[in-house]
Design a protein around this ligand. Sequence first.
Ligand SMILES: [Mg+2]
Length: 120
Amino acid sequence: MARLISFDIDGTLWAGDPPGRITLEMVLRARELGYIIGSASDRPVPVQKGIWEKHGVVMDFTINKHRLDEVKAQFEAETYQHIGDTNMDEMYAVMHGFEYLDVAIHMEEPWMFLDGDEVS
Ligand SMILES: [Mg+2]
């Protein structure tokens, strides 16, 4: 069964304000690995969609992070993860049955590594 990953934007993705350490390449790698992927941010959904369209990434969902429960209801997956940078990300992830990954410290996901990446 598939694996589902929800990305926070600001402080988490390269395209965020402030930028975070998750690169476009990492998101595309998750896509290649067959994961169900999307963004869950405080930003309005049309703004989220605009970011993905601008970079040519097809996302399975774009939603406000306090509604992650709707993502869980919509997609059947083996694991549900939300990666973000604040305690609000952690709160909503845990509240809605997602595993929370802290972007500042988490480095062990297969999609986070690309050929040639430094692994510290
Ligand atoms: Mg954030």
